[in-house]
Design a protein around this ligand. Structure first.
Ligand SMILES: NC(=O)c1ccc[n+]([C@@H]2O[C@H](COP(=O)([O-])OP(=O)(O)OC[C@H]3O[C@@H](n4cnc5c(N)ncnc54)[C@H](OP(=O)(O)O)[C@@H]3O)[C@@H](O)[C@H]2O)c1
Length: 273
């Protein structure tokens, strides 16, 4: 990677790189190797979750990388079964023990689970965990505008980021608009569309755009995220694709390229159907 990674400043002042690395499914010795390679390839923000059962893998990869703790940002997520306040605080501590860390840079509520309706309690626990020094910045994932509003109305604390499924096939306009209204960073999960049927990564129309800049389809898609002000967190077990995915800061898509990618959204674009 030849260019430095730009940063976003979250609404609480924390600076995060404009691209992170997704670690879902990267587990055990192979997972450690992939995550270590991602760090070697320049990623400085790792996204994990209690539910991925690989917080330990992330912690081992960090220690084996030889980088200082302060050089790498690590983000994890609270599962819905621990939304009750008294369960949430020990779950966050357990999350830290698993990773062998003293603090997470970012910690999110994994999803609101509206049926259970305890996400405001979970949010209060994250607020307190930040106060206790266990977390530097607190955010949410998969939250809808009404749920964001409720957090703010009931606690006065605005999430720093909202991690939502975002890629050219699935652009959640209403959620993105609400994020922007609260100055919440949109972090894109499955930013490459997770290699679904009608694979985005094989789209001829995106290849044509990439050819103009000598860039791959994946690079064009990730650049689209960044130019939209999103923070993508692509996952790859391949060092070559890891490098490819992070090498997106030396070219710029035109308005026309951006519009073409944004026009690809489709009703069945949600990878969960
Ligand atoms: N908050 C949530 O609810 C939620 C839900 C889902 C995911 N996430 C987070 O978001 C991260 C990313 O999402 P994801 O892992 O579902 O999907 P993704 O990053 O969109 O896609 C990953 C897939 O694309 C392949 N790939 C990566 N770069 C490529 C490239 N340049 N060219 C061709 N293929 C490429 C990978 O295969 P190889 O490994 O073979 O390269 C892998 O199969 C996750 O790891 C997780 O951290 C969060």
């Amino acid at each position: 990677m030849s260019t430095t990674i730009p940063t976003y400043t979250l609404n609480d002042g924390l600076q995060v790189p404009a691209i992170g690395f997704g670690t879902d499914r990267l587990k055990g010795a192979k997972g450690v190797l992939s995550i270590r390679q991602a760090l070697t390839n320049g990623y400085r923000f790792l996204d994990t979750a209690y539910n991925y059962e690989n917080e330990a893998t992330v912690g081992v990869a960090l220690r084996e990388s030889g980088l200082n703790r302060q050089e790498v940002m690590i983000s994890s997520k609270l599962p819905e079964r621990y939304h009750a306040y008294d369960l949430a605080i020990p779950a966050i501590q357990e999350s830290l023990y698993r990773a062998g860390l003293d603090y997470y840079d970012v910690y999110l509520i994994h999803w609101p689970d509206p049926k259970q309706d305890k996400y405001v309690e979970a949010w209060q626990a994250l607020i307190d965990a930040k106060r206790f020094g266990l977390i530097r910045s607190i955010g949410v994932s998969n939250f809808h505008p009404d749920q964001l509003k409720r957090l703010v109305d009931e606690t006065g604390v605005v999430p720093s980021l909202n991690q939502i499924q975002t890629h050219p096939y699935y652009i959640q306009d209403k959620l993105i608009k609400a994020n922007n209204e609260h100055s919440i960073l949109t972090q894109s999960w499955s930013p490459l569309g997770a290699r679904m049927a009608d694979d985005l990564l094989e789209k001829e129309s995106i290849k044509v755009i990439g050819d103009k800049y000598g860039k791959s389809i994946g690079q064009v898609i990730l650049r689209w995220h960044v130019q939209n002000g999103f923070m993508p967190i692509p996952r790859s077990s391949s060092p070559v694709r890891q490098k490819d995915n992070i090498s997106i800061f030396d070219f710029e898509l035109t308005d026309e390229d951006m519009s073409l990618l944004s026009s690809m959204a489709k009703p069945d674009g949600d990878i969960f159907g």
